[in-house]
Structure formats: structure tokens, C-alpha cells
Design a protein around this ligand. Structure first.
Ligand code: OAD
Length: 259
């Protein structure tokens, strides 16, 4: 049986013109990608524990890039071979129906772009996009051996890939201790703050960061429609109009139909 939205939510969704969406790791859970927190999450590693966060930090990337890449390879390796799911495609449908739509994601798996979302702010970057820390070369992380730098080679060797110039290559993602990319922060502000949408939907995130929480709280304060999709309670649950304790795929598909 398909997921049923509350009647009063259906009524408010009908005819909405502008929608802002925020996503986190939970939206990719149905693709088989582990979330960060919670049981079975990337940080729930009995061998590494909190050391995973340390491995994904700016100082580790600088001082011990092999270790940073071993942690990144786990994240990229999970996304490699997996595919966007119904939730990613429902957002593409929502973008098609709305006259103004934008999507802020914390995910680095590249699934929103792969599914076809267009007005996308990937605030933490994309793990398959690469950058040389020395010469500024930019490229893609190869998915098959021979197309170096390649995910399989990094997993097998545990070594950070090197550029032709001899510099270390990094993924174009935000490590702990690094600034968010300014251009993306400005876009986020323009979309959520300067010209707020009629509705903000937060999906599959534990809402740990201020720039993820604030757009929802601001929308609630301004009387806009606010929805959270998450089987668990988070910091924003008490502040939204509707907390749908559902999986991202079923809830977003129902919302796409109701618009
Ligand atoms: P988390 O792992 O912190 O949270 C995932 C959320 O998804 C949890 O609240 C789950 O309850 C929820 N969830 C799980 N399965 C779901 C499903 N099928 N449908 C809907 N929700 C589901 O992931 P994020 O909030 O994305 O940053 O984490 C935020 C950031 O913390 C990440 O981008 C990463 C991490 O450190 C950096 O690496 C900079």
C-alpha cells in the first residue's frame, strides 16, 4: 500500500509554486548507502570510532593524505555501483512541477545530479570530483581500473592518488575544519533568505549544522509550510508543520503526486 499524506498537508501542497528542499544521507539509505550517524553508519565503526571524523579532517588530508583517502574511499566505494532511488527521482518530478525549485544537499554521492535535479547546491561537494592540491588540475574519480585516478586502485593500495605534477589529488568535498565554498553559501542565502520559497522540505538529515537547521526555522517563523521527512526525531521536528515519520522514497513520491 502506498504512503498516505495527511489530508490537511495535501490541501496545502496543491498548487504550491516555490519549494526549497534540504537533503541528507537518509535520502540515499534506500540506495544501500550507509548514513553517517546511527547504527551501521559510517561513524559507527568499532575499529575507527571517532577516528573516522579525524580521518575526514583538513589536518589529516594535509599531513596523512593516505589515511584521509582510505576514509573517503569507503564513502565513494559505497556510492560506486549504487544508484539513485525513488526519492531522488521524486525530487526531479517536484522540480518539474514547481515554477521555482532548489535543492540543498549535504550528500557527496552525486545521486541528485545523476537523477536529473538541476537547481542543486551540493554544499559539501561531490566525492567523484577531484582537484590537485598543487597545480589545480580538475578531473573525475574513475569508476573502473585503468581510468586513473580510480576508486578500485585507491581501495586496493590505500594510497592517495598523485597528479602528473607530483601533487596530491583530493576529492572536491568539504573536510572537517574547512570553510564551506563561498559561492555555494551565497546561493543558499539568495534562495532561502532573500527570496524565501512557499515551502521548505527537510529530508533524511539529522540536522546537525546551523546552515541546515536555520532555513527550516526561518521558514517556520515566516509562516511558510515546513515539512520534515525522517523516521526519527531531530532538532527541527518540534518546529515543523508536518513531521512525516516515513522513508524518503514513499513520502516524496506522495508529495510529488499531491502537487
Ligand atoms: P546523518 O547520518 O547524520 O543522518 C541521517 C538521517 O537520515 C537520520 O536522522 C536518520 O533517521 C534519517 N534516515 C535514515 N533512513 C532514512 C530514510 N529511508 N528516509 C528518510 N530518512 C532516513 O546524515 P546527515 O544529516 O546527512 O558532513 O549528516 C550531515 C553531515 O554530517 C554529512 O554531510 C557529513 C557528516 O559529517 C561532512 O562530512 C562534512
Amino acid at each position: 500500500m502506498s504512503f498516505e499524506l495527511p489530508q490537511d498537508l495535501k490541501a496545502r501542497l496543491c498548487g504550491l509554486a516555490s519549494i526549497g528542499v534540504i537533503t541528507g544521507a537518509g535520502i540515499s539509505a534506500e540506495s544501500g548507502i550507509p548514513t553517517y550517524r546511527g547504527k551501521g553508519g559510517i561513524y559507527d565503526d568499532p575499529e575507527q570510532g571517532d577516528r573516522t571524523i579525524e580521518a575526514l579532517s583538513a589536518p589529516t588530508l594535509r599531513m596523512d593524505p593516505d589515511r584521509a583517502w582510505q576514509a573517503i574511499a569507503k564513502i565513494a566505494g559505497a556510492a560506486h555501483g549504487a544508484k539513485p532511488n525513488a526519492a531522488h527521482y521524486a525530487l526531479v518530478e517536484i522540480e518539474r512541477k514547481a515554477s521555482r525549485f532548489f535543492l540543498l544537499t549535504q550528500n557527496v554521492d552525486g545521486f541528485h545530479a545523476q537523477a536529473g535535479s538541476r537547481n542543486l547546491i551540493d554544499i559539501h561537494g561531490d566525492t567523484f570530483k577531484l582537484l590537485c592540491m598543487q597545480c589545480g588540475w580538475r578531473g573525475e574519480l574513475g569508476r573502473v581500473a585503468g581510468h586513473e585516478p580510480c576508486i578500485q586502485t585507491i581501495v586496493a593500495t590505500g594510497k592517495a592518488p598523485l597528479c602528473r605534477c607530483g601533487g596530491t589529488i583530493r576529492p572536491d568535498v568539504v573536510f572537517f575544519g574547512e570553510m564551506l565554498p563561498m559561492a555555494k553559501v551565497l546561493r543558499l542565502h539568495a534562495e532561502f533568505y532573500d527570496n524565501p520559497p512557499e515551502a521548505v522540505i527537510s529530508v533524511g538529515t539529522s540536522s546537525m549544522f546551523p546552515y541546515i537547521v536555520e532555513p527550516v526555522l526561518l521558514a517556520a517563523q515566516r509562516g511558510k509550510l515546513t515539512i520534515e521527512i525522517n523516521p526519527e526525531e531531530t532538532e527541527i521536528s518540534a518546529h515543523v508543520d508536518f513531521h512525516l515519520k516515513a522513508k524518503a522514497g514513499e513520502a516524496l513520491t506522495a508529495i510529488a503526486h499531491a502537487l
